[in-house]
Design a protein. Structure first.
Length: 105
């Protein structure tokens, strides 16, 4: 059940986060690439589960756990997009998540 929950969470996160980070000029390619990566993971999941028939059952569960842990750690490197305008260019997208120097001018 938790695998299904985290899988659905990652799927929706990829759509929301990718549309907020990827600039308008590259958005179709970026969202499409994220979708392909998620679909490949969905296709591989049953094969990882079947892997336990040839090895110890804990091996496939450990693989799922490692992948979910890796996914959870990757969330922390994504920039915060709350209150940030959606970027239109690659230059604007590169600035997301970077602290801006405040000047006293």
């Amino acid at each position: 059940m938790s695998i299904r929950f985290f899988g659905d969470f990652a799927f929706h996160l990829a759509y929301v986060q990718s549309t907020e980070i990827i600039p308008t000029t590259m958005r179709q390619l970026g969202v499409g690439s994220c979708t392909v990566a998620i679909r490949v993971g969905s296709i591989m999941a049953p094969f990882i589960r079947e892997f336990s028939e040839w090895t110890h059952p804990a091996v496939s569960m450990a693989m799922f756990g490692a992948l979910m842990t890796f996914d959870a750690m990757m969330i922390y490197i994504l920039p915060e997009t709350k209150g940030v305008e959606i970027p239109d260019t690659l230059r604007e997208a590169a600035k997301i998540g970077k602290k801006q120097k405040e000047t006293s001018e």
